[in-house]
Unconditional design. Structure first.
Length: 367
């Protein structure tokens, strides 16, 4: 297999104030509502009186949880409080804007010795480094300097300024997953360059969905759907008694339309796109997908990609990776590594789609 170009993509959310997972690429609060509508349209038609549905907010991110068979020993308010705490705990791990979070404290650390972190964060960093190595550097979580420079960090949203080349070069010198090490026992992380910074936005929502699912499973709940900002984790059967039917959005800027549906069971689903967060300067569109060799946005026609994986975290990482690669190289990578993915890209005549063999049979239109 030929070497892949070094690319990266960043998920971001233009928010009124930062939230948990501050980097949602194409998923705003409005999209969360529409995504929920899609889930209801596809998986909750008809009455299921025994099912329990909960929802809440983490910052500006809307989350939804459906339990097929609610436990008799735990009340809805107790579950609501437990889920809210789980999402807040995830925020405390990953939020770069919160000075007290683990990631923010590591980013401020100017040493190169091992820095103690919690076991969940160590496992997450290990996963992201595995994807970085597998992709040959296409995926990279040390992009915080570029996020800030281009104005895609939550506090800088709306900056809409093309950086000077000299500033891009300075930021690029601080990027590189090879400068990051992680160990699981005892859990710690180390950087070989003191000004290296980590940005885990590319997996934050998938990770949050997985953490909420693990919380439910700790209570003995085995059939559920968790969704936050468009990222989904499912286990067991839906209230209909079959697979969970989840909507994939059509990648259009001006509206929220369902492109297709997918049947999901015991799996995570993540979707990334370039059609919500971008700015136009001098008649040219700049999205949040960068080539770290030049520090400038990449140019391809891929508008959206959805990935299915056993865990939503890994699906989130791969969706980010494929948005960086583009429709052709992304599809080739997915095929070569047996990753279930669904691609939507722009053409002069509208949108075209492609899917891998494993994903194709899950689409509701192919049943």
């Amino acid at each position: 297999m030929t070497a892949l170009p070094v690319l990266l993509v960043i998920k971001i959310l233009p928010v009124i104030k930062p939230n948990l997972l501050q980097v949602l690429q194409h998923k705003t609060l409005t999209l969360g509502l529409v995504f929920c509508l899609g889930v209801w349209l596809l998986s909750a038609c008809g009455k299921q009186p025994s099912a329990m549905r909960l929802e809440g907010m983490q910052g500006t991110a809307l989350w939804h949880v459906t339990l097929t068979h609610p436990p008799a020993t735990i009340s809805a308010p107790e579950l609501q409080a437990g889920l809210s705490k789980t999402f807040a705990d995830t925020n405390q791990l990953l939020a770069t804007w919160d000075d007290t979070s683990e990631v923010a404290r590591f980013n401020r650390y100017q040493g190169t010795d091992w820095f103690s972190i919690s076991p969940p964060l160590a496992k997450l960093l290990e996963l992201t480094l595995q994807v970085s190595r597998q992709s040959g550097g296409v995926y990279d979580v040390t992009v915080e300097p570029l996020v800030k420079l281009w104005g895609f960090a939550s506090h800088d949203a709306g900056k809409d300024v093309v950086p000077a080349k000299a500033d891009i070069d300075i930021a690029l010198a601080k990027v590189g997953y090879q400068k990051l090490q992680v160990r699981l026992d005892p859990p710690a992380v180390r950087k070989s360059q003191a000004d290296l910074q980590v940005e885990l936005a590319s997996v934050a929502d998938g990770f949050a969905a997985d953490q909420a699912g693990l919380y439910l499973e700790s209570l003995g709940i085995s059939e559920y759907m968790v969704e936050i900002a468009g990222e989904v984790r499912t286990r067991g059967l839906s209230p209909r008694g079959d697979a969970w039917r989840i909507a994939i959005e059509k990648p259009v800027e001006e509206d929220h339309v369902i492109q297709n549906g997918v049947n999901l069971r015991d799996a995570g689903l993540a979707t990334s796109g370039d059609y919500r967060n971008f700015f136009v300067q001098g008649g040219k569109r700049y999205s949040h997908t960068f080539n770290p060799v030049t520090g400038a946005p990449v140019t391809h026609n891929l508008a959206s990609v959805s990935v299915m994986s056993p865990e939503a975290t890994l699906a989130d990482a791969y969706a980010t990776l494929f948005m960086a690669l583009g429709e052709q190289k992304g599809k080739a990578f997915a095929d070569a590594h047996a990753i279930n993915a669904y691609f939507i890209w722009r053409t002069d005549k509208g949108f075209e789609t492609a899917d891998t063999v494993g994903f194709h049979g899950l689409l509701t239109g192919n049943q």
